[in-house]
Design a binder for this molecule. Structure first.
Ligand code: PXL
Length: 288
């Protein structure tokens, strides 16, 4: 079988330990058959959730020269996909990289800002405001409910929501620019999952049994799987289902097997199954 080339540039931090951002995006996108270039926004010894004393090297100075070199050598990407950014200034730099390299690419912003109603340790109010501006330039945004409250400037909502309330948030996100929006951490009808709204305003939800606890890196796992599905030609609703089910499966294993969940989601054993699901989709759809 001959596959169409699909490629992605992933713009996130590189946390050496803790499995989030690039150490999740790269294996997940590769398993989905997506050739992936990496643009690290910062290098950390670990992620910032639950660890103290981590190192943090901001790579702001390197981002534009790297992107310019890629342009010079003729790189083209099906998607540019940004996540955790190291400083407020990087939100403007990523917007510049979108202009520089993004012609004809799907522009995806996972506005990594916080969870549980609070910003992550290194995220300032200024960075959050810059992220809201960057999201206006994206084709697809993938916030959780905490990030949504920062993007929309509305109070953080948690707990059960009605489908109408979920639809109103997705509509409000799309009204700010992106034609596609996905919300994670949605609780509806006693279940937990994601909701998407496509370019035609069609909403789809994927809700599963809730597994208690909060698992680091699962937002990155979800967003990377979603991008992998989309780049293989899935509809937004179908890619969301793939991402929700894969993330759920990984959380089950992490809960069972992990001695310390700060060290990240145990996704590796599930990658072959993810690859097989994507491969089946390609065969069924004779797309590539
Ligand atoms: O998973 C989000 C994330 C990404 N990168 C870094 C983080 C976090 C969440 O805390 O600290 C460095």
């Amino acid at each position: 079988m001959i596959y169409k080339d699909v490629s992605c540039a992933a713009i996130h931090d590189l946390s050496g330990v803790g499995k989030c951002s690039l150490t999740v995006a790269l294996p997940v996108l590769s398993a989905c058959g997506v050739e992936t270039a990496v643009l690290p926004t910062a290098v950390l010894s670990t992620h910032t959730g639950g660890f103290t004393g981590y190192t943090f090297r901001d790579l702001s100075e390197d981002l534009l020269p790297i992107a310019a070199h890629w342009k010079q050598v003729g790189c083209r990407f099906s998607a540019l996909y940004s996540g955790f950014l190291g400083s407020a200034g990087q939100t403007k730099t990523v917007a510049e990289i979108f202009r520089m390299l993004g012609e004809g690419s799907l522009l995806v912003v996972d506005p990594v800002l916080g969870d549980g109603g609070r910003l992550y340790a290194t995220i300032t109010e200024e960075l959050a405001a810059g992220m809201a501006e960057l999201c206006q330039k994206a084709d697809l945004v993938i916030p959780n409910l905490t990030e949504t409250s920062y993007l929309l400037g509305t109070p953080y909502q948690e707990g059960e929501m009605t489908p109408e309330e979920v639809g109103a948030l997705l509509g409000a996100l799309r009204a700010r620019g992106p034609k596609l929006a996905v919300l994670t951490g949605v609780r509806c009808g006693g279940k937990l999952g994601s909701a998407s709204m496509d370019a035609a305003g069609k909403m789809e939800m994927c809700l599963l049994e809730e597994i208690p606890g909060s698992y680091h890196g699962t937002g990155d796992l979800f967003a990377s799987t979603l991008v992998g599905g989309l780049l293989n030609g899935m509809t937004l609703g179908k890619a969301c289902r793939l991402a929700t089910e894969f993330t759920h499966q990984v959380i089950v294993t992490t809960r069972e097997k992990s001695k310390d969940i700060r060290f990240g989601p145990k996704f590796e054993v599930h990658l072959p199954e993810l690859a097989a699901r994507v491969e089946n989709f390609r065969r069924e759809n004779h797309s590539f």
